[in-house]
Write a protein that binds this ligand. Structure first.
Ligand code: GUN
Length: 304
């Protein structure tokens, strides 16, 4: 039986550590603060941002949710970000993505002060990460490393294959694995023989954004499979392809008409030595690492 890597428990341990650091800072009169900017009415984004703000409250971090209207302009967003850059009580600025079409997302991410860039999306932080300098690293890839380390899974010298090359997950995950001395391969939609590459993976990171994309034949027996995907499926045929015989899932699907599946076909997990489930694997780490980055930003900005 493969080992299930419990992201909820690992995230809880990290949040506990962050809460302790917040207490130490409070004793010195410092309260870390996060500003979360949520534009418009994307349901998934609303759930994520609320969860981020709520976690701040739990850990003693100051937080402020800013909700500009859907039709905000790039200029108005730039004014808002500049004001947050100047605020002494704000250590971290998070702009929830995706943003509406009319705003220039890259220009906005570039406007966030790198010192307050707790998502690690600013090119300065991407460059620092690449160069092996102290940097605020993107939360989800940083969470992947925490799961591996805290589960006692060796990284050094292992073949790590990352499927997906996004700026938010794939590329930084590859860089962090490289810094842990893995031999890293990045695969993408133009990779010639994807299954041949993924079957070489001791650590397989799936960050494609397509439900159940990684099939059992693509996994080396005994590999560690990290599933970064969060895909909502509503199609019944697709549901039964992945979850036939899973009574709990079937009951939930019948009730809600949808379920969440990762980028890994659940049947592929059976081939693995260890894997992160969806939900309850990588997802909880994203918020835990955001909290850790906010405290790190608060310390760095004060030279602590
Ligand atoms: N949208 C999806 N994932 C993320 C994330 O990690 N950070 C932000 N800001 N937006 C996202």
């Amino acid at each position: 039986m493969p080992k299930i890597l419990d992201g909820v428990a690992i995230a809880a341990a990290i949040k506990q550590e962050v809460a302790e650091q917040v207490k130490v800072l409070a004793a010195g009169g410092v309260r870390p603060g996060l500003a979360a900017v949520l534009v418009g009415n994307v349901a998934a984004s609303q759930i994520y941002v609320r969860s981020k703000v709520q976690t701040c409250e739990e850990l003693g971090i100051f937080s402020e949710m800013i909700t500009p209207p859907e039709d905000i302009t790039t200029e108005a967003m730039l004014d808002l970000i500049n004001a947050l850059n100047d605020r002494e009580d704000i250590d971290g600025i998070l702009i929830q993505l995706p943003l509406p079409k009319q705003v220039d997302t890259k220009a906005l991410l570039d406007a966030v002060s790198p010192a307050k860039d707790v998502d690690g999306f600013h090119p300065v932080n991407a460059g620092r990460l690449q160069a092996g300098r102290p940097a605020l690293a993107p939360c989800t890839p940083a969470g992947v490393i925490e799961i591996l380390k805290r589960s006692g899974i060796p990284i050094s010298g292992q073949n790590a294959v990352v499927v997906g090359r996004s700026d938010i997950v794939g590329k930084p995950a590859a860089m962090l694995l490289l810094h842990q001395n893995a031999t890293v391969t990045i695969c993408h939609s133009k990779t010639r023989d994807l299954a041949a590459e993924t079957r070489e993976a001791d650590i397989l990171v799936a960050a494609i954004g397509r439900a159940g994309f990684i099939t059992p034949e693509m996994v080396k027996p005994g590999a560690t499979v990290i599933d970064v995907g969060i895909n909502r499926i509503t199609d019944e045929a697709e549901f039964y392809k992945f979850f036939k015989g899973d009574a709990k899932r079937e009951a939930a699907f019948a009730k809600r008409g949808s379920t969440i599946v990762g980028d890994v076909d659940p049947r592929a997990f059976e081939v693995a030595g260890a894997y992160t489930p969806v939900p309850g694997g990588v997802g909880p780490l994203t918020i835990a690492m955001l909290m850790a980055n906010t405290v790190q930003a608060a310390k760095m900005r004060r030279g602590l």
